[in-house]
Design a protein around this ligand. Sequence first.
Ligand SMILES: Nc1ncnc2c1ncn2[C@@H]1O[C@H](COP(=O)(O)OP(=O)(O)O)[C@@H](O)[C@H]1O
Ligand SMILES: [Mg+2]
Length: 206
Amino acid sequence: MIECLVDIMCNLVVVKNRKIYKSLNLTNFMDIHKKIVKVIDYELEYVEALGYINRPVYHVRKNNIDYILKAFDYTQSWERRHIDIEKEVLEMSKDVEGITHLVKDYGVIKNEHIAILKEYAEGQEISYVTKINKDKFKKQLKNTINDLHDLGVARLDVEERNIIISPSGIAKIIDLGNCKFKRNLNKHEFNAEITTDFEDLKSIFE
Ligand SMILES: Nc1ncnc2c1ncn2[C@@H]1O[C@H](COP(=O)(O)OP(=O)(O)O)[C@@H](O)[C@H]1O
Ligand SMILES: [Mg+2]
């Protein structure tokens, strides 16, 4: 019953889902997530589940430092692909500013999970941030997008829920799991993805 409810909800709701867990009293569901975090790395402390309710991204902590653990279902090709892409992009982008970098690659665990640990971006999604500094953020994001394009990566999913603004005013793109690589596209296709990224950036600030 709960699984069914969760399945229905996950198609409808994309939120900071801690509130949903609480309101539905899905304590068991949270326990499952806490266990998954421990299976991946017993040193990680579970803080909360974020993102889609059926495929959360974990906010975790180790030695008082916050991280994001992406631990997806290895048996699902789409989820496996998401992690593989994000890992490859992050490995190429160690010197790129304005993203949350790769901290650890856990690889495949028990043929069930595929996981990476990333830097945690403290702050708020860009949609919650006042318009005053938007020009500054747009400039920062444009630089980050240009850097990634130069590395041969595009279709960066530049949308509000993937951008976090830190308390000190730094914009970060936090989800690079849907990118496309230049090597897999012809010139026209890659340029089209570049255009999409800049259109997406523009639409955030309209
Ligand atoms: N590095 C990060 N720092 C802070 N919050 C993050 C980070 N990565 C993800 N999140 C939060 O988790 C949500 C889902 O993560 P995301 O990587 O976008 O996965 P997906 O969109 O595939 O569910 C984001 O919208 C954001 O609220
Ligand atoms: Mg996302």
